[in-house]
Design a protein around this ligand. Structure first.
Ligand code: HAM
Length: 449
């Protein structure tokens, strides 16, 4: 016997069977409704990009350890996109003069990361992105947070089931510079260690921090920092905080944003977290991650933040943006945990589908013509190509949940008629073929009553 290939997709990849796709589409449609009411426009970018644009601003880990790379003959290296933001920046830079600011765009790309597959993480995944560019005020952050809350609310989730954890990179920068006296070039290392804080064991984290920094003062500072529950608590770890610190951009950004959240009634959905810094290099201001508050889904559902300099990859123009990527897989797991996906989503609904059963193949042309008339009226229509035993055709229609069957036999063909059967009442009658659409509407009206 010849060798059979594996039926499974590649590790970490997924086949979407129709019921999987129905679930996926239901989630995406709900999110598109939110995009509509905030007036975000959909865009699409290629799945392959030059590797350099990710190497320059995303993260070393993403490019060196987690990428699917394709080498072209001439040695040019391309990457299957691990995220969308550098491509978004490229598209904006390309047309920046003509695009009206602020730009509100969303997209639903398939991304690829060579990660260890685990609950909530695959090597091929869908990530819905919302970004607003060219709006520098904190109202853009507020809008993005409102969108996140609306996405959850649209699907029936409540504020006790999810939280947006936020921080400000500008605030961390100021603390590192002014309070921990960490040299500017080492600040990215602070992001790197803090980003690991919630992802590894306590002991492992402590070792990672002391392996990364030499100075005891810095090590202690970072270890304390990661557990603070409020801005005040974060600052209370330092013996003295000079008065100028309270006038720095980073401190003011964070407290002003907290004020906005409070005034807009979003505080219940949001929590300050000293260890949220984000793993991507391009963030510069407010950063955030969204988590399930329960124990079952431990990885982030959304991640995002403000990036001031991403367009510098492509031009000298400065357009600041803020946005998020939402993992559809993580959101699906979250919604399933709280039983928020309606059962009907998984089953194809055949209730408005018309089933044509012809008792012999001589009726095939007649059946196909009839089907055309019905489809022209926008009713889904199935023809049973077995052309045999009526009983078994009716049984099949019944199993699908079909409500109306049209039966064709030699007599119907000869007299230009159709027998229409109501599958619920089991009543049937012979009607002229030109009246069939009207008869279908009559039966459907009866069902509605
Ligand atoms: P990110 O935090 O790397 O951000 O990804 C955002 C979300 O994508 C995560 O919270 C997670 O739900 C999902 N995700 C990431 N990796 C995987 C994976 N291997 N399998 C399944 N889901 C995954 C970004 O990518 C930023 N570009 C988001 C952004 C947009 N920032 C500003 N605008």
């Amino acid at each position: 016997m010849s060798k059979k290939f594996s039926k499974d997709p590649l590790r970490g990849f997924k086949d979407f069977y129709p019921e999987d796709l129905r679930e996926f589409n239901w989630i995406v449609e709900n999110i598109k409704d939110i995009a509509e009411i905030y007036s975000y426009e959909e865009f699409k970018s290629p799945q392959l990009e030059p590797i350099e644009i990710f190497a320059a601003k995303s993260s070393d880990e993403l490019v060196n350890e987690q990428s699917f790379i394709i080498e072209k003959k001439e040695g040019e290296r391309l990457i299957l996109i691990p995220e969308l933001t550098p491509s978004l920046a490229r598209m904006i830079a390309r047309r920046s003069q003509e695009l009206k600011k602020p730009i509100r765009w969303y997209s639903n790309p398939t991304c690829f990361r060579y990660e260890r597959p685990q609950r909530g993480r695959r090597r091929m995944f869908n990530q819905i992105n919302f970004d607003i560019l060219g709006e520098n005020s904190l109202y853009a952050e507020l809008e993005i947070f409102n969108i996140i809350v609306d996405i959850f609310n649209e699907m029936g989730a409540t504020g006790d089931q999810f939280q947006i954890f936020y921080n400000s990179r500008r605030f961390i920068d100021e603390m590192c510079k002014n309070l921990l006296k960490i040299p500017q070039e080492k600040i990215p290392m602070v992001y790197k260690v803090l980003d690991k804080a919630d992802k590894i064991e306590e002991g492992e984290f402590e070792k990672f921090v002391s392996d990364t920094f030499e100075e005891e003062f810095i090590i202690k500072g970072i270890l304390k920092l990661k557990d603070a529950k409020s801005v005040e608590e974060t600052l209370s770890f330092f013996e003295t905080v000079p008065q100028e610190f309270y006038n720095t951009e980073g401190y003011l950004e964070l407290v002003n944003f907290q004020k906005l959240l409070k005034e807009s009634g979003l505080s219940d959905y949001c929590t300050y977290s000293s260890s949220v810094v984000r793993g991507l290099d391009y963030y510069t201001g407010i950063v955030f991650e969204v988590f399930d508050t329960g124990k079952e889904n431990i990885r982030s559902i959304f991640g995002g933040g403000r990036y001031d300099d991403l367009l510098s990859l492509y031009s000298d123009e400065k357009i600041s943006g803020i946005g998020f990527g939402l993992g559809v897989l993580m959101l699906t797991l979250f919604l399933k945990t709280y039983d928020l996906i309606p059962k009907e989503v998984y089953k194809k609904d055949y209730t408005d589908t018309i089933y044509i059963a012809s008792v012999n193949e001589k009726g095939s042309t007649y059946a196909i013509e009839l089907a055309r008339t019905i489809r022209d009226e926008d009713f889904p229509c199935i023809i049973d190509y077995k052309f045999k035993n009526l009983k078994s055709q009716l049984k099949k229609a019944n199993e699908l949940g079909i409500l109306i069957v049209l039966i064709i036999g030699p007599e119907e063909i000869e007299r230009n008629k159709v027998t229409i059967r109501n599958m619920v009442s089991e009543e049937q009658k012979s009607v002229n073929s030109e009246d069939i659409v009207e008869e279908i509407y009559t039966i459907l009206d009866e069902f509605e009553e």
